[in-house]
Design a protein around this ligand. Structure first.
Ligand code: SIN
Length: 474
C-alpha cells in the first residue's frame, strides 16, 4: 500500500503541511503520512459544523435516510478495499476486517430507518385550555473520538445515529487509523452527504485538538470510545459547557463457565470472545472462571483450541491472530504475562513474543487476585483461567472490579442463566454467547466503563433533546 495522504475534511478537502507518520503494525514499515490537525483546524471545523447544522437539521428524516442508505451501499461496495486498509492500519486479520466493514455498514442501514421513528408524544392535559406535547430534536454539532481497534465500526456506530437525527459530526480518528475514517467520509460525500455534515480531522496531538472542541459551547455532544483514563478527562472538560456525553470506556470482562455447560460450545464461544481482534476489544473476556466440576476438561479442550489458532500475516487466509497494534501494546502484554508468571501462574499455551509485534495466543492457569492481568485490561491474546466452586462466589468475583462493560456466562440451566445475568453489574451480558454486539441492541457499560448507550433506539437518543411544547388554546 502506498498511502501518502495529508488530507483532512471539513466542508472541503484540505492539504496540510503539518503531517505525521502512520506505521503498519504488520511489518513496522511506514504506511503513509496523515494531516496533523491542530487548534486552528479545530476552530475551522466547529464553524463548518455549526453552519452545516442549520440546513442539515431542516432536512426530513426521509431525505437523510436516502443518503444513509446510499452510504451503506457504498461501504459494502468497498468492503474489500476498506477491509484491507484496516489490516494495514491496525493489523486485524482480513477475515475479521471484512466482517468489521459489514458490521460498520449495519449501523448505517439500521439508523437510516430509525431516523424516521423519532416520534414525539401528546401528553394528556390537566385543563381543557391547553394542549401539551413533547418533541425530539437534534442536539447539535457532535464531536466523536474514535478508537483504533474498530476503525470503521466505531465511526459509523457514532456517525450514523448522529446524522440520522439531524446532527453534524466532527470525527477525530485514532492516530493509528486515520485513513479508514477519511475513506468512510469520502464515501459519505459520494453518497450525497452535504459538505460539512461529516468532517474528519486526524491529529498526532489529540489533547490540543480536543481541548478546542471541549471548550466551544457550539459543540453540544461528545462521544468517545477509549480508555477510562481519557474518559475521565473528557467528563471533566465537558462540565464547563454542560455537553451531552457518551463514554464507552475500558472493560474487564469475566466469563463464567458453569459445570453444566456444553463443553464444546463453551470452548468455541470463549475462544471467539477472547481472541477476536487479537484480544484488543473492550468486550473481550479478561478472566475466565471455570467451575470445579468441569475445570480440568475445560482446560484441556480450551488449550487445544488456543493451540489451533494461527498467528501470522493478517492478509493471509486462515490467519486467526495478527500483530498487536504497536510497541506500547506489546509492552503491556509482555509485562502482564511476566508479572503473572513471576507470581506463580503457569503457561499452558504460548506465553512468548515472536518477531515484530506478534504475540502467541496464550493460556495461563494458576492465576490469582493481585496479578496485573486481573486488575487492568491486557488488550492482547492472553487468556487467564481461574476456578470457582459456587454460583455466589462466581458472581462476587465477577463483580469485584471498577469496570462494568461486558460479562459472559455459559450454562444449560435457564434459571441460573437469568439469576446470574441479573446479578452481574455489567451493561452487556452474553449468555451462551461470546459475541453479543449488533447494531440494533444497546452497547455500553456501567460503573467506570462509561455512560450512555450506542446501538438500537438507545443510540439515537444520545443525539436528541426532548422539547416540551405547551399550547394555550384559549
Ligand atoms: C469495542 O471494542 O468497543 C467494540 C466491540 C464491538 O462492537 O463488538
Amino acid at each position: 500500500m502506498d498511502l501518502i495522504e495529508r488530507r483532512y475534511l471539513t466542508d472541503a478537502w484540505h492539504d496540510l503541511g503539518a503531517s505525521f507518520d502512520v506505521v503498519t503494525p504488520t511489518t513496522g514499515e511506514p504506511l503513509g503520512r496523515a494531516a496533523d490537525c491542530g487548534p486552528d483546524e479545530a476552530k475551522q471545523a466547529i464553524d463548518v459544523a455549526w453552519n452545516a447544522f442549520e440546513s442539515w437539521r431542516a432536512t426530513s428524516p426521509f431525505e437523510r435516510a436516502q443518503i444513509l442508505r446510499r452510504w451503506h451501499g457504498l461501504i459494502m461496495d468497498h468492503q474489500e478495499e476498506l477491509g484491507r486498509l484496516m489490516v494495514h492500519e491496525m493489523g486485524k486479520p482480513l477475515r475479521e476486517a471484512r466482517g468489521e466493514v459489514a458490521y460498520a455498514a449495519s449501523f448505517v442501514e439500521w439508523y437510516a430507518e430509525e431516523g424516521k421513528r423519532v416520534y414525539g408524544e401528546w401528553i394528556p392535559s390537566h385543563t381543557g385550555g391547553k394542549r401539551l406535547m413533547a418533541i425530539r430534536q437534534p442536539v447539535g454539532p457532535a464531536y466523536a473520538v474514535t478508537p483504533w481497534n474498530f476503525p470503521a465500526a466505531m465511526l459509523t456506530r457514532k456517525a450514523a445515529p448522529a446524522l440520522a437525527a439531524g446532527c453534524t459530526m466532527i470525527v477525530k480518528p485514532a492516530e493509528q487509523t486515520p485513513f479508514t475514517a477519511l475513506r468512510l467520509a469520502e464515501l459519505w460525500l459520494e453518497a450525497g452527504g452535504p459538505a460539512g455534515t461529516l468532517q474528519v480531522l486526524p491529529t498526532n496531538d489529540p489533547a490540543a485538538l480536543t481541548g478546542v472542541m471541549m471548550a466551544d459551547p457550539r459543540i453540544r455532544k461528545v462521544t468517545f470510545t477509549g480508555s477510562t483514563e481519557v474518559g475521565r478527562i473528557l467528563y471533566r472538560q465537558s462540565a464547563e459547557t454542560i455537553k451531552k456525553l457518551s463514554l464507552e470506556l475500558g472493560g474487564h470482562a469475566p466469563y463464567l463457565v458453569f459445570d453444566d455447560a456444553d463443553l464444546e460450545k463453551a470452548v468455541r464461544e470463549v475462544t471467539a470472545c477472547k481472541f477476536r481482534n487479537a484480544g484488543q476489544t473492550c468486550v473481550c473476556t479478561n478472566r475466565i472462571y471455570v467451575q470445579d466440576g468441569i475445570h480440568d476438561d475445560f482446560v484441556a479442550a480450551f488449550a487445544d483450541s488456543v493451540r489451533g489458532l494461527k498467528l501470522g500475516d493478517p492478509l493471509s487466509d486462515g490467519t486467526d491472530i495478527g500483530p498487536l497494534v504497536d510497541a506500547q501494546g506489546m509492552a503491556k502484554v509482555e509485562d502482564h504475562v511476566a508479572d503473572a508468571v513471576g507470581r506463580g501462574a503457569q503457561v499452558v499455551v504460548g506465553g512468548s513474543r515472536r518477531e515484530g509485534l506478534y504475540y502467541e495466543p496464550t493460556l495461563l492457569v494458576g492465576v490469582e487476585p493481585g496479578m496485573k492481568l486481573l486488575e487492568e485490561e491486557t488488550f492482547g491474546p492472553v487468556a487467564p483461567l481461574l476456578r470457582f466452586a459456587t454460583e455466589d462466589e462466581a458472581i462476587a468475583r465477577a463483580n469485584a472490579t471498577p469496570y462494568g462493560l461486558a460479562a459472559y456466562l455459559y450454562t444449560r440451566d435457564l434459571s441460573r442463566a437469568l439469576r446470574v445475568a441479573e446479578a452481574l453489574e455489567y451493561g452487556i451480558v452474553g449468555i451462551n454467547d461470546g459475541i453479543p454486539a449488533v447494531a440494533h441492541a444497546p452497547f455500553g457499560g456501567v460503573k467506570q466503563s462509561g455512560i450512555g448507550r450506542e446501538g438500537g433506539p438507545w443510540g439515537i437518543d444520545e443525539y436528541l433533546e426532548t422539547k416540551y411544547l405547551s399550547l394555550g388554546i384559549g
